[in-house]
Design a protein around this ligand. Structure first.
Ligand code: GDP
Ligand code: MG
Length: 211
């Protein structure tokens, strides 16, 4: 299900052009952040700390196997090129490891991100509670709330295990003043929409001279 917070999802009057967007994935361990990367057409960035083999994971995806061997402590980065609203966008996506609270590493990626995808799993209430803390954590580093965000509730294919309702997600997105998507990496459902939504938010912010 794709649910957009109307307050923040007006069409982009982008000024972006062809450039790189630094996107950071935030969220508790196990919510599905790493799963996303080979769904968005990855190109592994050399020089990052992670040890995943992007090609192997892409092959897993192509052969319709759903990999389950991600190491939750691994941080990694991927690049992909997409077209969003008829403009090319190079996404530089940093996949953070869940338990990075209060580390220098966390501060570094919060400083560098132009936009953040805050993920929780709809089957994990604690991950939702953690998602609710990220805006404040970003504020502590950036000293502004005007940072493009998208809130994502993943794993909606596991409806029978749902612990967080769509309404709760929507309500947090309203508080965050950001777009909200419910997704399934397993079904490749709304994954692209979430990334596109974030790029639109970044472009929208850029088109506002006062910010
Ligand atoms: P991360 O710690 O946030 O990077 O989470 P991972 O991407 O490593 O995913 C944790 C586990 O959840 C893995 O076993 C994934 O295969 C699984 N997973 C991720 N997304 C989904 C989803 O949308 N549906 C289901 N059923 N499982 C998922
Ligand atoms: Mg991971």
């Amino acid at each position: 299900m794709e649910v957009e917070n109307e307050a923040s999802c007006s069409p982009s009057s982008a000024s972006g052009g062809s450039r790189e967007y630094k996107v950071v994935m935030l969220g508790a361990g196990g919510v599905g952040k790493s799963e996303w990367h080979f769904l968005v057409g990855i190109q592994h960035s050399p020089g990052h700390s992670g040890t995943h083999c992007g090609f192997a994971m892409t092959m897993q995806f192509i052969s319709h196997q759903f990999p389950d061997y991600h190491d939750p402590t691994i941080e990694d980065a991927y690049k992909t090129q997409v077209r969003i609203d008829n403009e090319p966008a190079y996404l530089d996506i940093l996949d953070t490891a869940g338990q990075a609270e209060f580390t220098a590493m966390r501060e570094q990626y919060m400083r560098g991100g132009e936009g953040f995808i805050i993920c929780y799993s709809v089957t994990d209430r604690q991950s939702f509670q953690e998602a609710a803390k990220f805006k404040e954590l970003i504020f502590q580093v950036r000293h502004t709330y005007e940072i493009p965000l998208v809130l994502v509730g993943n794993k909606i294919d596991l409806e029978q295990f749902r612990q967080v309702s769509t309404e709760e997600g929507l309500s947090l997105a309203r508080e965050y003043n950001c777009a909200f998507f419910e997704t399934s990496a397993a079904l490749r459902f709304c994954i692209d929409d979430a990334f596109h939504g974030l790029v639109r938010e970044i472009r929208k912010k850029e088109s506002m001279p006062s910010l």
